[in-house]
Design a protein. Structure first.
Length: 210
């Protein structure tokens, strides 16, 4: 028996080609729809469980960010100082009610003590008669003056009674006394300052002040 040869039928007309293309498109569309239906029929996937870990607190002493340290305005601008709050009116009233003390007066300058240029011991008497002194003054028995033989007029002499320690400063304005052993003749007031006038005369220590 003779073998049968299968022959492929060729369509050469445009209508046949269009029909063949339509069949291919239909098959492709059908396959896509079927795939979509199969995909939609699958059960939905279960949501994944995410475990949350406890958040760690941020460190308190965080290093300053480079932007903050690099900013010249932040490093150069001084921080404002806190303004002290004014005291309460009650405190001011209490301070005003306190007794105020007067400011201390300036201390007076101490005068330097006069310099002693000569000293010695001798007898001293007094006189009280009103008369003219050797320098032309009217004698005043109540003034602290004295007579000396050689000291210049207006010289100051400190006369001290060693028996009681009393002393007086006199000014020389007269000459005398002309009695041996005596070098000073004091006014009555000057003599009474260092001794009793009833004694008449006493031994004294004198210091000539410069």
């Amino acid at each position: 028996m003779a073998a049968r040869h299968l022959r492929t039928r060729k369509f050469s007309s445009p209508a046949a080609i269009a029909a063949t293309a339509a069949v291919g498109v239909a098959l492709a569309v059908g396959g896509t729809v079927g795939a979509v239906r199969l995909t939609s029929a699958e059960p939905p996937a279960e949501p994944a469980v995410v475990e949350t870990l406890p958040s760690t607190p941020a460190p308190t002493s965080a290093a300053p960010s480079p932007s903050a340290s690099a900013s010249p305005s932040a490093s150069l601008s001084p921080s404002p100082k806190a303004t002290p709050s004014p005291k309460a009116s009650r405190t001011q009233a209490a301070s005003r009610s306190k007794a105020r003390t007067a400011s201390p007066s300036p201390t007076a300058k101490k005068t330097s003590s006069p310099k002693v240029v000569d000293s010695g011991s001798c007898g001293a008497s007094f006189y009280a008669e009103g008369q003219m002194t050797a320098n032309g003054e009217t004698f005043n028995p109540n003034a602290l003056t004295a007579a000396h033989k050689t000291l210049p007029f207006n010289t100051k002499v400190r006369v001290t009674n060693p028996d009681n320690g009393k002393s007086v400063v006199v000014r020389i304005n007269d000459r005398g006394p002309f009695i041996d052993g005596r070098c000073l003749d004091l006014s009555r007031a000057a003599f009474a300052t260092i001794a009793a006038t009833s004694l008449g005369h006493v031994n004294v220590r004198y210091e000539v002040l410069g």
